[in-house]
Ligand binder design. Structure first.
Ligand SMILES: [Zn+2]
Length: 381
């Protein structure tokens, strides 16, 4: 399977500074592990041109005053613009911020374009997935909302396109939901840690879209410590039936890896084994509902040494439909400076604290959310 690969090392310029959890090594190490597995070649991951999104594309999602603020904040001595969400805090300004964020937006836009124009069936934008950026402000490490920009640009080219946005990041996909809250062409489905416990606090099952978009936003808040089985239950009970009803032309999936149980910013219970299975199910779903057309982005994920490169390499394997050897390539481990310690293998074991009784309770809570959604009119399986 050929997969468009929207990656270029210059995407590492999206760098919020030393000590920031959203460090560029997350994406750069992922790319080097993908390389080490030999997945970048004709007939597999095929690099496509990564070009910055232009102002006209960014303005489909963001307002002109905000773009202006980001450009001002991008100078080396640029101002901090707290009213626009730009530092201090989650999203501090940095030199070249506008160009770096526009490049991420352009990567995902190019990936979706490669699929909607029929050059590829699947695409991968590992630096993408900045789902918290709002129309008028930065938020949660995100400056421009690349999935929303990509989808809005695709709708400009083809007004009757139907794009299903699926978000499995630990955090609610609030910015993308907001961008298409009234648009029935872009249903948004987000599985995330319950907003009562985690940033950004939104993503209740009661948020269902507005006006002509009523019913097209679906949120599955998961209990803290939710396991891979909880994700699978939510996927089978909510995502699959909803996707069948929406019958999209293409799926854009934000595949944040911060739901892993070791992630320093969240408290979910995902494993690499679980990611592998879930990515496989997303690919399978795209085969069932939209002829396999799928664009996968990265997203959150703050265990940058141990988890993120492995999770998104598994994602690349799922997109390509090829099994990957369990032992991490020795040369990559050496280069990454982890030759002496873990991790040695691509997958991992579940955390020891999940007993059978705990898992039963987590599944019961997840089932309650799924049944509540069914009660609100979301399709039954
Ligand atoms: Zn996240």
């Amino acid at each position: 399977m050929r997969v468009a690969y929207a990656f270029d090392p210059s995407l590492g310029s999206y760098d919020l500074g030393p000590g920031h959890p959203m460090r560029p090594e997350r994406v750069l190490r992922t790319a080097s592990l993908i390389d080490a597995y030999g997945l970048v070649r004709p007939g597999a991951l095929e690099p496509i041109d990564v070009r910055a999104a232009g102002d006209a594309e960014l303005l489909l999602v963001h307002d002109a005053e905000y773009l202006d603020a980001v450009i001002r904040a991008s100078r080396t001595d640029g101002p901090r613009l707290a009213e626009r969400g730009i530092g201090p805090g989650d999203t501090p300004p940095f030199a070249g911020m506008h160009d770096a964020a526009a490049l991420v937006a352009g990567a995902t836009t190019g990936a979706l374009k490669a699929v909607t124009e029929g050059r590829f069936v699947r695409a991968f934008s590992p630096a993408g997935g900045l789902h918290h950026a709002h129309r008028d402000r930065a938020a949660g490490f995100c400056v421009y909302n690349d999935p929303a920009v990509a989808i809005a640009a695709a709708l400009e080219r083809e007004a009757d396109l139907r794009v299903l946005y699926l978000d499995i990041d630990a955090h609610h996909g609030d910015g993308v939901q907001e961008a298409f809250y009234e648009d029935p062409r872009v249903p948004t489905l987000s599985l995330h840690e319950d907003g009562r416990y985690l940033y950004p606090g939104t993503g209740s099952f009661r948020e269902r879209g507005r006006g002509p978009g009523t019913g097209s936003a679906i949120n599955v808040p998961l209990p803290p410590y939710a396991t891979p089985a909880c994700f699978m239950l939510a996927f089978d009970e909510v995502v699959v039936p909803a996707a069948r009803v929406f019958s999209p032309d293409v799926i854009v999936a934000q595949c944040g890896a911060d739901s892993h149980w070791t992630d320093p910013l969240t408290t979910l219970g995902m494993t690499l084994e679980g990611f592998d299975a879930l990515f496989g199910r997303i690919v399978e779903l795209s085969e069932t509902v939209c002829g396999g057309r799928l664009v996968a982005c990265g997203g959150g994920g703050y265990s940058w040494e141990h988890v993120v490169p492995r999770a998104w390499t598994l994602l690349a394997g799922a997109l390509l439909g090829v099994p990957l050897g369990e032992d991490l390539p020795a040369a990559w481990r050496e280069k990454a400076g982890i030759a002496e310690g873990p991790p040695r293998s691509l997958r991992d074991d579940p955390p020891a604290y999940v007993s059978e009784a705990v898992e039963a309770e987590l599944l019961r809570d997840t089932r309650w959310v799924a049944e509540t959604l069914h009660g609100l009119g979301v399709a039954h399986p």
